[in-house]
Design a protein around this ligand. Structure first.
Ligand code: NAP
Ligand code: MG
Length: 400
């Protein structure tokens, strides 16, 4: 059989624990037999990050800027327990955080919809993609516990020394205070990433804030989005037959529950944190959720939304059989291969990505799945497969 050719390498970011095991199985069973796979390999496994003082993470992010498309395996974000487990030189930062800081992107998360894993909301026929702004607001806030009576003010001191003041509250007793900020350049990046991703996936874009109450802060988000849309994207949206829709956050929540899905929902940082957990659990499972970081320059990094599935890894190390769901990791590969194919004009590669995804979906819809899905499926008497058995079942359909 002739293997599908690639012209530009993908940036391959290997990872940790059970997902590292799945990573190799996916390559051996589902990719290498079909594609002349070209990748530039970066080992983001914790041992290599420790050995290189985390330089390998920085190098992998810079390589993504060079080539444009990366695929990432889940990685351990070290905590105190990991520092002793892996004998680390220091508690290295989250690789996702480091990569996001270099690429300056927005993370889009979308459920993988299959028949037999029904969303809890009956009207959701198509996936809902959450785009979460990943900078500022309550995540970078300063807070004070007020102990008694006094005056609280917001003070901004410009470089030339001039001050702007705004009364927050005259306290007559104890209370709490919080100062939040965001930056126009970060909001602009967020907006560009959202509009680009909507065009890319040909889906409507929704955005919502509480601008009626927050007339300066949230209104700035609304204005920046509208300005960028009118200037840079309106014509392209018209041509693609998609729309940009702004509404209040409470109205958006009500509409989402009654919608049939199939759109991107852009959220401020906190809204995105809360709503992405609601969407993912309502659609079934984190193991059926894709995640892609899109930078405003148009670099893409694809990954699974779940972690390294540590508990399954320890079972694997103990020689026990595991039943870990590889769908989100396979979709990270198919997403990256499809994007590479589109950028390089390789129709065969795009077609392969489609067929790989269809093979995953068909395997589950025909009743063969991992344990996590067997527990929630509406399919009668599903066959529960091992991690490896499931990947082989997908290969059988891919070959057919
Ligand atoms: P996790 O790896 O997402 O797993 C939590 C639990 O969810 C698992 O124990 C398992 O439940 C279930 N699960 C998740 N993915 C699954 C899959 N593919 N197939 C079947 N079941 C799945 O989260 P964690 O255990 O809290 O975190 C482990 C490590 O991952 C941590 O070191 C964390 O830093 C890292 N992490 C990395 C990323 C990333 O790189 N993007 C994201 C999150 C966490 P059962 O055990 O009940 O079967
Ligand atoms: Mg959260």
């Amino acid at each position: 059989m002739n293997k599908i050719k690639m012209t530009t390498p993908l940036v391959e970011m290997d990872g940790d624990e059970m997902t590292r095991i799945l990573w190799k199985m996916i390559k051996d069973e589902l990719l290498l037999p079909f594609i002349d796979l070209k990748t530039e390999y970066y080992d983001l496994g914790l041992e290599e990050r420790n050995r290189t003082d985390d330089q390998v993470t920085i190098d992998s992010a810079n390589a993504t800027k060079k080539y444009g498309v990366a695929v990432k395996c889940a990685t351990i974000t070290p905590n105190a327990a990991r520092v002793s487990e892996y004998n680390l030189k220091e508690m290295w930062k989250s690789p996702n955080g480091t990569i996001r800081a270099i690429l300056d992107g927005t993370v889009f998360r979308a459920p993988i919809v299959v028949k037999g894993i029904e969303p809890n909301v009956k009207s959701w026929a198509k996936p809902i993609t959450i785009a979460r702004h990943a900078y500022g607001d309550v995540y970078k806030a300063s807070e004070i516990k007020v102990s008694g009576p006094g005056k609280a003010e917001l003070v901004f001191t410009a470089e030339d020394g001039t001050q702007t003041r705004e009364l927050i509250h005259e306290f007559t007793g104890a209370g709490v205070l919080q100062g939040q900020h965001n930056r126009n350049d970060s909001i602009e990046s967020f907006a560009h990433s959202c509009f680009k991703y909507a065009l890319d996936t040909k889906q409507d874009l929704w955005f919502a804030t509480k601008d009626t109450i927050s007339k300066k802060y949230d209104h700035t988000f609304k204005d920046i989005f509208q300005e960028i849309f009118d200037r840079d994207y309106k014509d392209a949206f018209d041509a693609a037959g998609i729309t940009y829709f702004y509404t209040l956050i409470d109205d958006a929540v009500a509409r989402v529950m009654k919608s049939e899905g199939g759109f991107i929902w852009a959220c401020k940082n906190y809204d995105g944190d809360v709503m992405s957990d609601m969407i993912s659990s309502a659609f079934g499972s984190l193991a059926m959720m894709t995640s892609v970081l899109v930078s405003p320059e148009g670099y893409y990094e694809y990954e699974a939304a779940h972690g390294t599935v540590q508990r399954h890894y320890y079972k694997h190390l103990a020689g026990e059989e595991t039943s870990t769901n590889s769908v989100a990791t396979i979709f990270a590969w198919s997403g990256a291969l499809r994007k590479r194919g589109e950028l390089d004009g390789l129709a065969e590669l795009v077609d392969f990505a489609d067929r790989l995804e269809q093979a995953c979906v068909r395997t589950i819809e025909e009743g063969e799945m991992t344990k996590d899905l067997a527990l929630i499926t509406s399919i009668q008497n599903p066959t529960v497969l091992s991690s490896e058995g499931f990947i082989r079942a997908i290969r059988k359909r891919l070959e057919a």
